[in-house]
Design a protein around this ligand. Sequence first.
Ligand SMILES: NC(=O)c1ccc[n+]([C@@H]2O[C@H](COP(=O)([O-])OP(=O)(O)OC[C@H]3O[C@@H](n4cnc5c(N)ncnc54)[C@H](O)[C@@H]3O)[C@@H](O)[C@H]2O)c1
Ligand SMILES: Nc1nc(=O)c(N)c(NC[C@H](O)[C@H](O)[C@H](O)COP(=O)(O)O)[nH]1
Length: 223
Amino acid sequence: MKPYVILNAAMTLDGKIATKTGSSEISGLEDIMRVHKLRKDVDGIMVGINTVLSDNPKLTTHKISSNDSDNPVRVIVDSKARTPHNSNVLNDSAKTIIAISKEAVLDENYLDNVHFLEKYVDVFVSGEYKVDLNELMKYLFKEGIKTLMLEGGSTLNFSMFKEGLIDEINICIAPMVVGGKYSKTLVDGEGFGFMKNAIPLKLKDILHVGEDLVLKYDVLNIK
Ligand SMILES: NC(=O)c1ccc[n+]([C@@H]2O[C@H](COP(=O)([O-])OP(=O)(O)OC[C@H]3O[C@@H](n4cnc5c(N)ncnc54)[C@H](O)[C@@H]3O)[C@@H](O)[C@H]2O)c1
Ligand SMILES: Nc1nc(=O)c(N)c(NC[C@H](O)[C@H](O)[C@H](O)COP(=O)(O)O)[nH]1
């Protein structure tokens, strides 16, 4: 059993979720409010370590009127236990789970930080060098996370699609074009070689949210 996973992201019309410098203010105010309401509705919220390093997000419902009990459990996919000591995701506004790989506990270069993180958060170990996302989903479900919002970034999004773990997509398209072959897109990673392997989707809703457009899709290849 696994959580129902909703990938939520904001992209420019040309499909970028950040520039090559890591700048990523894309959603309009109304979309940000929608995202924080969604954070309140789900049991968990998950990001990859590069998103933590680049944005230092709080991953709470702080943009809407709410209290700490409304915050979802934060989940960080961080194979080498690189979450910095001063990260906002380590504050006490919500529970945090950091998923690391076996390499992080076997290699003394990473072990100090594992011991540090264990003082503040739950650490879940799986996979040899990379977090095993299937194992992680089973663990999160057992921990009571029945609905999980995936908030990027591009690399984690691809792995989650590849494993067939995403059920639904909510994508905000902002009326802007940024370009750049080194700008992150909604889904990067290795990618598939052939269109016949593309992830099949079904459009289920189109919303005007302020100046942005929000498209909602069901993913048709889930496990
Ligand atoms: N616009 C948006 O909606 C939005 C949302 C989130 C992030 N972003 C942007 O995305 C960028 C970060 O994206 P990214 O692609 O560099 O990194 P990411 O956040 O997807 O993190 C990827 C990292 O997670 C770790 N990882 C561990 N196990 C993994 C596994 N099984 N599969 C995949 N990754 C695994 C690896 O270290 C990997 O490099 C930032 O610039 C951020 O601002 C934008
Ligand atoms: N929906 C959305 N629109 C954006 O324009 C944008 N840049 C993100 N990016 C998601 C990423 O996870 C960010 O790091 C958090 O949105 C920061 O979130 P906080 O408010 O600090 O919790 N998400």
